[in-house]
Design a binder for this molecule. Sequence first.
Ligand code: ACO
Length: 311
Amino acid sequence: ELEGQERVFQERIDAGVKIEPKDWMPEGYRKTLVRQISQHAHSEIVGQLPEGNWITRAPTLKRKAILLAKVQDEAGHGLYLYSAAETLGVSRDALIAQLHAGKAKYSSIFNYPTLTWADIGAIGWLVDGSAIINQIPLCRCSYGPYARAMVRVCKEESFHQRQGYDLLLALCNGTPEQKAMAQDALNRWWWPALMMFGPSDADSVNSAQSTQWGIKLFSNDALRQKMVDQTVPQAEYLGLTIPDPDLKWNEERGHYDFGAIDWDEFFNVIKGNGPCNRERLATRVQAYEDGEWFREGLNAHADKQAARGAA
Ligand code: ACO
């Protein structure tokens, strides 16, 4: 039984009233949001790396312009989200320091390598596709700044998803080698994309509380099922085969049944032992150090302006 401020807070959530930065909130609510929003921000920033890897090798000028815009959008999403986290009383510098120290989580999916051009299509189609399914409900979550940030983010993710699918459509309508490349990308990205939604509901330690607080509106497994149901017909249209022998339409449930996820792989990746974890972190740290001279210049300029203003 909740009491006092905490009960009033829960009543506001239950009534669908948004919580704003200066409102009273339980410490646990603040912590949960800082955890989730910062992990989300880090995911956007680290998520630039696998795709950034292909900007210099995009096959045409048009594809290069699209990829550049998309990777730039992800940087914007990261900055948006760090700002949303800052409304909860934590600084962006502190969050980035946690990431660089290897103490912060970011999405498991960005620890896999992009081996071929088809991977760029698979990321847009499957990874950004999954991100949208997870993020559309967040537009209605209880914390105002996070919910509002998600509206624009989801619109841009929708463009990202479409460009990935369009890229794969071109490959699948191309030579047999191109189609094989698309199939190989699907084979490698399918299972990691399903893992993005987080552990099964039974193992999701944060779900119950986040659901009560209106941060999580659908369970990990429910959103994962939605992704499978939505994606199977899209794979069929491409003429590609989803790498799951147990995938089968279940008339009774009105959903696709699918095979068991390798949770050992998932937990291994989020512990820091995925194929690219070390490389991703090292690249981020290097980029931050390379930017030192620029931050110094910006600060010197700001100090000069402030001194002029004071005089
Ligand atoms: N990658 C890395 N860590 C994960 C993942 C994943 N795919 N899924 C779950 N985890 C972590 C959780 O962060 C949690 O760890 P923590 O308690 O140390 O923070 C732990 O596994 C247990 O999972 P849950 O209890 O289910 O955690 P939660 O309730 O936070 O649900 C979810 C996880 C669904 C990812 C939620 O945090 C969320 O919706 N986040 C916002 C969306 C997001 O971050 N997307 C990033 C990828 S999409 C993109 O950026 C393009």
